[in-house]
Design a protein around this ligand. Structure first.
Ligand SMILES: [Zn+2]
Length: 379
């Protein structure tokens, strides 16, 4: 295939881009750093002959849309993000190291390898005569659930992808695995108010907020079901002194859901438990801190997955097993909501994302680029 020849003979330029863009780091909330990542991608994309447009929302670094064949009819979408979870300097200087067949550094698989995959696929297709519009959507606050760009950012993903044939979310890849569904996430804080009293002299006049929080946490976590909604209370703080009945306690809950209707169910359950006073005399409230919609499994996603699986086999690119579903969230949720058949986890492959051991296999850039490109060309 002509496109494969192009990918093979041009991959070095994209490996260099991958290394350079990871060296710029860019924690989601350090918007100056993320914007310099966006500047770099924008310049590279323009130098490759693409059109690029930036969008600013609230406190977020810019979202970037890169179009190939801007006047063509709608073809396919690629999605990735420019932010990472790491603080500047977490990987030392320089942040990126290449050792043998692996590249190590902040965001090498999550998700800048995916940006390189998307751009090389777009370039190979255009160079070989593909005429439809190919669009890469790069968000800048994916790691913090779009909490800076909020609805405006999410609406942009949906508006920019509506009407396209399919979407490839170039998130963290695992060898032989492609995702058709991801969980939605609700994060909330429960504040419990009790009553302070001397724990020796006036024990029975106090209301222990930590005790009340414990009653609630046990009941909340017990709602979790394998394959269904899960509730995880992973942060807690409370009390004032060892000899004062604890007047306050707060804890945070991480809830994972499979479909949009689960969100309502989960919130109803939480309200019920938060509004019940188990120990007597306490008063509690909760606040939703962030929400991410689930990437719901549907027939369109599964059909796209099957096409990728058969293309992988046909060209001997990658042996892909049965489709997978993940408990983690991603922006793929929003292309599915926009009605576009979507798969996720089709970026470069590797391991240990969100840790300082994060690495990617360098040759997966070529493999995953071929996989997407051949899928787009397959009837
Ligand atoms: Zn990611």
């Amino acid at each position: 295939m002509e496109e494969f020849d192009y990918i093979e003979s041009n991959k070095e330029r994209y490996i260099k881009f991958w290394e350079d863009v990871c060296n710029l780091e860019g924690n989601s909330v350090d918007t100056d750093s993320v914007n310099s990542v966006v500047d770099f991608i924008e310049k590279f994309a323009i130098s490759e002959g693409f059109e690029a447009h930036r969008y600013s929302f609230g406190g977020a670094a810019d979202y970037l849309i890169v179009d190939a064949n801007p006047d063509g009819e709608k073809g396919h979408i690629y999605i990735a993000h420019s932010d990472t979870v790491f603080d500047k300097g977490a990987f030392g200087e320089p942040p990126v190291k290449i050792d043998g067949d692996k590249i190590y550094g902040p965001g090498v698989i999550d998700c800048k390898g995916g940006i390189a995959v998307a751009l090389l696929s777009m370039k190979a297709l255009c160079e070989c005569g593909y005429k439809k519009l190919l669009r890469l959507i790069i968000t800048s606050d994916e790691e913090i659930d779009n909490s800076l760009a909020k609805e405006d950012g999410i609406n942009l993903i949906e508006d920019m992808s509506r009407g396209f044939e399919s979407a490839f979310c170039c998130e963290v890849g695992v060898e032989g695995e492609i995702l058709v569904a991801r969980s939605g996430i609700i994060r909330l804080t429960v504040d419990v108010c009790g009553k302070a009293a001397h724990s020796g002299i006036a024990y029975f006049e106090g209301v222990n907020a930590i005790g009340e929080a414990a009653e609630k946490i046990i009941r909340i976590q017990k709602q979790s079901e394998r394959g269904g909604i899960t509730y995880s209370c992973n942060l807690i703080s409370g009390g004032e002194r060892i000899n004062i009945v604890a007047p306050k306690c707060s804890f945070q809950v991480d809830i994972r859901v499979k479909c949009a209707s689960d969100k309502e169910k989960a919130i109803t359950k939480i309200s019920e438990i938060v509004n019940t006073d188990y120990t007597g005399g306490s008063n509690s409230t909760f606040t939703v801190d962030s929400e991410r919609m689930p990437m719901e499994k549907n027939d369109g996603n599964i059909a796209l997955f099957k096409k990728i699986q058969s293309v992988g086999k046909k060209y001997g690119i990658e042996d892909i097993g049965e489709y997978k579903e993940s408990g983690g969230g991603s922006d793929a949720a929003y292309t599915v909501i926009a009605g576009v058949p979507t798969v996720c986890g089709i970026g470069t492959t590797g391991d240990f994302c969100h840790t300082e051991k994060e690495f990617s296999y360098i040759d997966s850039l070529e493999r995953r680029t071929k996989l997407i490109t051949a899928t787009i060309l397959e009837d």
